[in-house]
Design a protein around this ligand. Sequence first.
Ligand code: DGL
Length: 263
Amino acid sequence: MKSQHPIGLFDSGVGGTTIWSEIHKLMPYENTIYLADSKYAPYGNRPAEEIIRLSIKNVEKLIAFDCKIIIVACNTATTNAIEVLREKFSIPFIGIEPPIKPAALQSKTKRIGVLATKGTLSSTHFNKASKNYTNTVDIIEVIGKQLVTLIEAGEIDSPKIINLLKEYTAPMIAANVDHVVLGCTHYPYLTPILRQILPSHVQITHSGEAVARQTKKVLTDNKMLDEKNEKPFYRFHTNGNARILKSLLQEYSDKIEISTLDF
Ligand code: DGL
């Protein structure tokens, strides 16, 4: 696979753009193709077999676009499907899962909160990973019901979403957590509101930066980094509402291409 080939990313919708922006910040020279599978969002309430089927569909599309590496920019798809994807396809994959390790290691109160979808929190993958830390920290897990659907509808600061976030963080605050892990790539868009709701000493973390660093490392190790590309392209395809994607990516509007596509 040549270095000029694009990095592919997919998510159940617009959330993985929080990962794309970190990839772009660290490797602006890389061509990227992003698939927003908004037509089938949310993934989080679907059974694992369906999440696997949708993930395979997205990967096949990205491979047809000649991607050299695929970032599963969705915690729900990673925790339910990454093992199957790695077995089925020979392309390198980067997965995304709730970053509980750094939060657990840094926590002083020994209590951390994880906000994620039902699909992520109920996955074997997540439960295996969190078991490594439950001897040393209490993990308060809360399902972010309806959050993805509201963000997909362009609601990132509506009264409804504010009330839901108050409800979901209440048990975390009551337990005296000092870290809240955002275990869904849509949720970083809610950070400004969470910042207002959570006590100021509580750290809000997500995996965007770490994923970008890991992607760069894998590309470098495989001699697929494309630092010489002078005219990189950044393409976004959605099978849902392009308007929401455009508004979330507004700051990049002069250099990205957004189009609707049936996949
Ligand atoms: N962005 C996806 C994630 O990280 C959202 C999942 C969903 O569609 O429910 O889990």
